[in-house]
Design a binder for this molecule. Structure first.
Ligand SMILES: Cc1ncc(COP(=O)(O)O)c(C=O)c1O
Length: 484
């Protein structure tokens, strides 16, 4: 990063300016105002607020610090997080996020105002460029944008890129094909982008039915969206044939990267024929799960689609790095460069693991899923599995899940994908030890022994006991008073 001081054009040295107005001068002659110098205006709000919404007094509780600390610790103990135990939520890839990435993200060098000129944030652009290139290599793609703030936002962005590409070719296509086992966001993203969604049935082996795909593709097909391995944890063995069918019809292939943690260093979506993909950084590269908050879902594309990517992109020049707008960009999908510190954490995770470490991630994810599947006393159709498997509960899957809570573990994802009856979609992830997998299997098996009537009385040991999930969704009580 260039930090050389320059003369001010007005000749003053700025030393006598008040601290909040002190200016910084860097090589290149650009003047970059500090945040505190931005113009601000004072607006009187009293007169615009209705009387019944204002008050003169406010009595706030004033507990002593130990009481506050105990209150929040107690609340945190009512919750279950990855630091309490394993969370085998299929498709969600709830793995443990190593703490060193927090330290890297906390480095003061990362605290640069995003409005500074490119010349003043060369270190940051260097990191973003390296991450773009690294993700492109991992996915077998030609170009990557880091901007979308979640996997689902990546899907929506990828579909917009595909649409812009088809439009530029004068190709009017109105359908997106999605397999029935796909994640709900695939259907939603395609519909939000204005496409008609065509649902594709699975075959008896839980994979894409190639004949049905052949019947479904046409001149209307803009895109086929697939994840591989699919949500049953099964690798689509006919992927090359599938890609050929879609490409021959003039359509594009979209890869939902939610399950990439099972392929790292082993296979690449680009090599399978996918044209567009998203990376769920929180599932694959251990950044925090957003929970509606800041995540990142970069997308990668093949060379033909690169000119349509969102702006800005970062590229390398003779002097360093710069941001630029791709020629036919669909525009901006996030302010600045996205959730920057999430990108720093993913970059740190990738560098720390290196090629061998990433391969080890996928090998362990696959081993753990297959080990757990072999230890539980439930019907587990299909297989062999990659990172996850879907067991059939032989009872109401929701009741089984609630009962598992009493054994101190988090239950799997329930009732999806619908092709397995009373589905328990289970993904132990690569960060669980054999001992913890055995705990999970013990919880599954203890619940398998319970009477059907007993299942409906659980959980008995959690803070909130049995929640009526329909009312919880329709009439949520989100205050801590709900726990009183
Ligand atoms: C298969 C699959 N696709 C897409 C998504 C959406 O990703 P995100 O939660 O980052 O929006 C998920 C999330 O769970 C998923 O499991």
């Amino acid at each position: 990063m260039s930090q050389e001081r320059r003369e001010r054009p007005d000749g003053a040295d700025g030393a006598s300016d008040p601290p909040h107005q002190q200016t910084r001068w860097y090589a290149g002659g650009q003047y970059e105002p500090l945040l505190s110098e931005k113009r601000s205006e004072t607006v009187a709000v009293e007169s615009s607020l209705p009387d019944d919404l204002t008050r003169d007094e406010l009595t706030l509780p004033a507990p002593a610090e130990p009481e506050v600390a105990r209150h929040y610790t107690r609340l945190s103990q009512m919750n279950f997080g990855i630091e309490s135990g394993s969370i085998p939520l299929g498709s969600c890839t709830m793995k443990y996020n190593p703490k060193f990435t927090e330290d890297v993200a906390a480095h003061p060098g990362n605290r640069v105002h995003p409005l500074r000129a490119d010349a003043d944030k060369q270190g940051i652009l260097h990191l973003l460029y390296d991450l773009q290139e690294t993700l492109a290599t991992i996915g077998g793609m030609d170009a990557v944008t880091l901007q979308p703030p979640a996997g689902a936002a990546g899907e929506f962005t990828g579909i917009q890129v595909a649409k812009a590409y088809h439009d530029a070719n004068g190709d009017d296509r109105n359908e997106v094909i999605v397999p029935e086992s796909a994640h709900g966001t695939n259907f939603a993203s395609a519909a939000m982008a204005g496409y008609d969604v065509v649902e594709l049935p699975s075959n008896e082996a839980g994979r894409v039915e190639v004949d049905a795909l052949e019947a479904a593709v046409s001149d209307d097909t803009a895109l086929l969206m697939l994840t591989n391995p699919n949500t049953l944890g099964l690798f689509e063995r006919s992927i090359e044939e599938i890609a050929e069918i879609v490409h021959d019809a003039g359509g594009l292939l979209y890869y939902d990267g939610a399950n990439l943690n099972s392929l790292l260093g082993k296979a690449r979506p680009g090599d399978m024929g996918f044209d567009i993909m998203h990376f769920n950084l929180h599932k694959t590269f251990a950044t925090p799960h957003g929970g509606g908050g800041p995540g990142q879902g970069p997308i990668g594309v093949g060379a033909d689609l690169a000119p349509f990517l969102p702006t800005p992109q970062v590229r390398e020049t003779d002097d360093g790095y710069e941001t630029y707008a791709p020629e036919h960009s669909i525009g901006r999908v996030h302010e600045f460069m996205g959730n920057w510190l999430v990108l720093v954490k993913a970059y740190a995770y990738i560098l720390r693991h290196g090629d061998e470490g990433l391969e080890n991630v996928s090998e362990t994810a696959v081993l753990n899923a297959n080990y757990l599947a072999s230890q539980i006393e439930y019907e587990v159709p299909y297989g062999p599995f990659h990172h996850e498997f879907v067991a059939s509960a032989n009872a109401d899957a929701g009741d089984v899940a609630k009962s598992m809570l009493d054994y101190g573990v988090h239950p799997p994802t329930t009732k999806w994908p619908e092709i397995v009856d009373e589905a328990l979609m289970t993904e132990p992830t690569e960060t669980e030890s054999k001992a913890r997998l055995d705990d999970l299997a013990a919880a599954f098996n203890a619940v398998a022994e319970m009477d059907a009537d007993d299942l409906t009385e659980t959980p008995r040991t959690t803070t909130a006991r049995r929640i009526d999930q329909a009312s919880a969704a329709r009439n949520p009580r989100l205050s801590w008073h709900a726990l009183e």
